[in-house]
Design a protein around this ligand. Structure first.
Ligand code: A3P
Length: 321
């Protein structure tokens, strides 16, 4: 029923995955556990290419997220912030009005499948805004050793799980049937989720942000929701593109927040009906955009279970959700 190894996978990657633990995927394909993290074969192949070929520049900005933590939103915010002098956020021809945020930042593991896409990334003008889901331990050495900035986004595990479960059921081929909440919950808690274990993915960036706060900015979806303007000011400063007092007085920050809001983006035609590469419908990335929705899906026992894993994994390192 599940695709074990996708077409177009190189022999090198086939050899690697043939000895790896495998589990049924949430959507698209099987998941393989490679260097501690679960991923689809084509993304393992892309990660190997990214590690091997990518040369970070000191002014690169690399966005990293756990899937369903608000990637779409933060892609839009970073793009609008970085390009605000060319495209004022209240302009009628802003690229975000006609492009899915996913089309505006290259996906590094997706792009390192072939030479043409790789060359396109090498040819991008600086500062480059790039995106990956890879765990910290799998980032290319040049990312770790250059002065490029890493912006990491995650979300409280309960909402993250519920969002992922909805997403999986939206995009799974119909022939696979529905992924039950119980099965998904068991997988998520065991760490078997795309780019998971969620716990280790988040912890890797958390620990690095404690060690090198000038290099890794650790953001939470809940904080962005609660204080979008203050979060955006701090974020712009971190990536070296602070807002001037004049911009602030002219409402540039507020305009970026409005442009990138759930209400605005989710109602654009391109985000409702658009098709994305890798077989995704743009609309699948918008559902509700709220904090705390997990209480509507999970029993108190399940909520407590996630809280207790989070406490065990994150508590000793001072990370709370
Ligand atoms: P929900 O399923 O809880 O609604 P990702 O972009 O990482 O795939 O995450 C998707 C989640 O972010 C979904 O959460 C989606 O609705 C929410 N989201 C998408 N765009 C958003 C926006 N502009 N503001 C806030 N949340 C947004």
């Amino acid at each position: 029923k599940f695709i074990e190894v996708e077409e177009n996978i190189s022999q090198e990657c086939r050899d690697i995955i043939s000895g790896l633990p495998r589990e049924e995927g949430w959507f698209q394909n099987s998941l393989y556990q490679f260097k501690g993290f679960w991923d689809q074969a084509w993304l393992i192949q892309g990660a190997l290419g990214f590690q091997k070929h990518f040369e970070a520049r000191d002014d690169d900005i690399l966005l990293v997220t756990t899937p369903k933590s608000g990637t779409t939103w933060l892609k839009a915010i970073l793009y609008a912030t970085l390009n605000r002098s060319n495209f004022p956020p209240n302009s009628h021809n802003h690229p975000l009005l006609t492009n899915s945020p996913h089309m505006l930042l290259p996906f590094m593991e997706g792009s390192h499948q072939d030479n043409i896409s790789r060359d396109r990334i090498d040819g991008m003008a600086s500062p480059r805004l790039l995106f990956t889901h890879l765990p910290y331990s799998s980032l290319p050495e040049s990312v770790k050793h250059s002065s490029c900035k890493i912006v990491f986004l995650c979300r409280n595990p309960k909402d993250n799980f519920v969002s992922l479960w909805h997403f999986a059921n939206k995009i799974r081929p119909k022939t696979w049937g529905t992924l039950s909440l119980e099965e998904a919950f068991d997988k998520f808690c065991r760490g078997v989720s795309p780019h998971g274990p969620f716990w280790d993915h988040v912890l890797g960036y958390w620990l690095e942000s404690l060690k090198r706060s000038e290099k890794v900015k650790f953001l939470k979806y809940e904080d962005l929701k609660d204080q979008p303007v203050a979060s955006l000011k701090t974020l712009a400063h971190f990536i070296g593109h602070s807002f001037s007092q004049e911009e602030e007085a002219n409402g540039v920050i507020d305009n970026i927040v409005s442009l990138c809001s759930f209400e605005n983006l989710s109602n654009l035609k391109v985000n409702k009906d658009g098709e994305l590469p890798f077989g995704m419908a743009a609309g699948a990335y918008f559902r509700q955009g709220q904090v705390g929705d997990s209480v509507n899906y999970l029993s108190s026992e399940s909520l407590e279970k996630i809280d207790s894993i989070a406490e065990q994994k994150f508590g000793p390192h001072g990370l709370k959700f």
